[in-house]
Write a protein that binds this ligand. Sequence first.
Ligand SMILES: Nc1nc2c(ncn2[C@@H]2O[C@H](COP(=O)(O)OP(=O)(O)O)[C@@H](O)[C@H]2O)c(=O)[nH]1
Ligand SMILES: [Mg+2]
Length: 487
Amino acid sequence: MILADVVIAPEQMPPAPGSSPVGTIIAVVLGVGLVVLLLLVARKMLSKPGAAVPPPALPKQTVVEPVLETKPPPKVELPPSEAEAKAKAEAEARRAEAERLKAERAALEKDSAEAQALKEKEEALKKDAYRAQKQAEAEEKERKKREREEAERLALEEKKRAEEAALEAKRQAEAAERAKVEAQAGATLAAGLAKTKSEGFMAKLNGLFGGGPKVIDEKVLGELEEVLFTADIGVRTASRLVELAREKAKSKELDSAEKLKGVIRREVEQIVSLKANTALGGGGPPHVIMVVGVNGAGKTTTIGKLASKAKAEGKKVVVGAGDTFRAAAAEQLDVWAERSGAELVKGKDEADPASVVFDAIKRGIEVGADLVLADTAGRLHTKANLMEELKKVKRVAEKALPGAPHEVLLVLDSTMGQNAIAQAKEFRDAVGVTSIALTKLDGTAKGGVIIGICDELKVPVAWAGVGEKVADLRKFDAKEFVEALFE
Ligand SMILES: Nc1nc2c(ncn2[C@@H]2O[C@H](COP(=O)(O)OP(=O)(O)O)[C@@H](O)[C@H]2O)c(=O)[nH]1
Ligand SMILES: [Mg+2]
């Protein structure tokens, strides 16, 4: 407004006296134009209320600044009102509260960060713990395994030690048994042949050769023939010996009875010197011996004695009770087996003998036996039956163990004399006898039968039974035999 007033002011001024109309017109036009221009500016300013329009610069000489005389305002100090104090206190309190909350929040935030860190640590620890646990379990497992292995090793060691101790005890027991068997000594072959020497053909022969030198003439040779033919040595062997003596006498080699006796002795020794297996081994293992012979010959007794001998030598022995025909045979063998410490395999009464022997050999293989002794029947309904049965036992033994039986031992009762030779031939032809056990020499004067058996069958006498004790079964020795008879 002030600006308008100031601008309008010159318009109201009267034109200067003496000016021309043209000048007046120009002045009027310029004045009108100026007014229009000012109106337009004012309108524009009014059409934009609020818009800050910078005031147009005015000529400095048109602004009149009023000079104001101002005094400094008076200082008013009011005591704060109750409400103000209250409000201030409130603000203070609220601020403090806010600060407290802020601190609390910060603490909480800190706590939660710590908690998070702790949680992470906890998780990590849990994982560590799990890993450690697993490790511990693995270590424990390993430890248990080592414990088991150590325990097994110790048990094995202990077992081995116990086995060695048992073996040593067994060795000692066997040594003691051997010593006992040896101490029993039994009868010697010479003692067993005592009757043969004092009562049998040897008594007569010694009578013939005794009484100083004698000319070997036809009379002496005739006497020799008579003695030998009644000496249980068999006709063939007697003829052979007489023949030999005649030849020697003819060639003038024999000039004394002593020399004749020497010729007979050497010949007899040669006849009985057949190599026999008395090792109770060599085949298998187990080495299988099939024992044959007629009833009462001494099979079961001989098996018992052989089992004892083998046990005393440290052998493992299985005995097969193949004589199923006689009810008491198995019991008798049982007693022998128990006495010797051998294992007995038996079948039922009247069981097939071959099956019992088969089982005994199989058992021998199973237990790692060194020796199987198979007993057999000595009599069946007929002799043919018996021989067929024995052949079958032999075949079945071969089935149980190829090569078995490694020996067929014929047990012969020497008291049978020449009949023993006939029996031996039958068994030999049926089952192929490999050696002979000649029993009961102690009770007979017919010991000369050994010579006949060896000469006629060419089967060696392996064992000589000279009594009922274990030690009374002697290994037959040709030298010992001739010494016992001729000295
Ligand atoms: N005096 C003596 N008796 C024997 C001998 N061998 C066996 N015996 C006896 O002969 C009898 C029959 O024997 P045993 O073994 O049963 O014969 P097996 O039928 O062939 O089995 C038994 O009383 C035996 O004690 C021996 O060498 N001397
Ligand atoms: Mg018997």
